[in-house]
Design a protein around this ligand. Structure first.
Ligand SMILES: Nc1ncnc2c1ncn2[C@@H]1O[C@H](COP(=O)(O)OP(=O)(O)OP(=O)(O)O)[C@@H](O)[C@H]1O
Length: 266
């Protein structure tokens, strides 16, 4: 079953001098097992859109997760939020417990999930965090390690859909690579992943589906190679600039050169 957005619109600060439209008539269907990359300039509406998917923001229009509609007062929001886990930008700012083990156990407890020791180890393996970190304070970790703990605390209640809002923001190259590997593993496990990023080429190997936001509008949704072939002006007006790797990939793709698959793996 999919996540479906139908005519989704949202404004902040309605009827105030600060009223700001963040989503305008967005329509999108996200099928199970897909990997979606949301891109677009700063302030284009990506985070707002992601926050509508688990009911943190209730927009006008309709957001349906499997059979659960976020704006239906009969919807069990706990059930919906258990299905759709969000890893926020700078999630580490939300830590408040003394040990990593307690941080990891907090969300599953909330969702009535009895998390087994082996499951914690399994999730630690996925993100690449050593087991002997469990008794450490989350505040003693590096930024990248904190990000990994935040990812585990969402994985720990086994959501079907996992949303990453700019998962690699503020991280160094090797930690970005490790977050990328986590995304890859989760998607290979069949999880549906929806992520916003400014680092498109890091995800090239996975050939995600791409959604482009511009000034609160969803201006493109489609396959990765169709995105790559989009007109350069159209892209740069949406704040999207290709780096060297994407340019190389585009050249090979347009020439139908087999090299493109090698470039994607770089
Ligand atoms: N809490 C808020 N109150 C008022 N306006 C907001 C709020 N959050 C976001 N906005 C505005 O809504 C618009 C969309 O913001 P949003 O955070 O969704 O964009 P974004 O594409 O995720 O940006 P970024 O890439 O910088 O994270 C922007 O103009 C932003 O200033």
């Amino acid at each position: 079953m999919p996540i479906e957005l139908e005519n989704v619109s949202f404004s902040y600060g309605i009827n105030t001098p600060f009223e700001k439209k963040a989503l305008n008539e967005v329509n999108l269907k996200i099928n199970e097992g897909e990997l979606w990359l949301f891109i677009g300039h700063t302030g284009s509406g990506k985070s707002t859109l992601l926050n509508t998917l688990n009911g943190l923001i209730i927009p006008n229009g309709k957001v349906t997760v499997d059979t659960l509609q976020t704006n239906n007062k009969n919807t069990n929001m706990k059930e919906l939020r258990k299905k759709v886990g969000i890893i926020f930008q700078y999630p580490e700012s939300q830590f408040f417990l003394p040990t990593i083990a307690e941080e990891i156990l907090y969300a599953p407890k909330n969702f009535d999930v009895d998390l087994k020791k082996e499951e914690i180890k399994f999730y630690m393996d996925i993100v690449g965090l050593p087991y002997d970190y469990l008794n450490r304070s989350p505040f003693s970790l590096s930024g990248g390690e904190m990000r990994k703990v935040a990812i585990i605390s969402v994985l720990s209640y086994n959501p079907k859909y996992i949303i990453f809002d700019e998962p690699t923001v503020g991280l160094d190259y090797s930690t970005r690579k490790s977050v990328f590997n986590t995304v890859k593993k989760l998607n290979n496990m069949g999880k549906t992943i929806i992520l916003s990023t400014h680092w498109i080429s890091e995800f090239l190997e996975l050939k995600p589906l791409v959604a482009i936001m511009k000034n609160s509008n969803l201006i493109f949704k489609g396959k990765f190679d169709d995105f790559i072939k989009l007109d350069q002006n159209f892209l740069s007006e949406a704040g999207i600039i290709f780096d060297e790797k994407l340019e190389l990939y585009k050249k090979a793709l347009l020439k139908n050169d087999k090299l493109k698959d090698k470039i994607a793996m770089l």
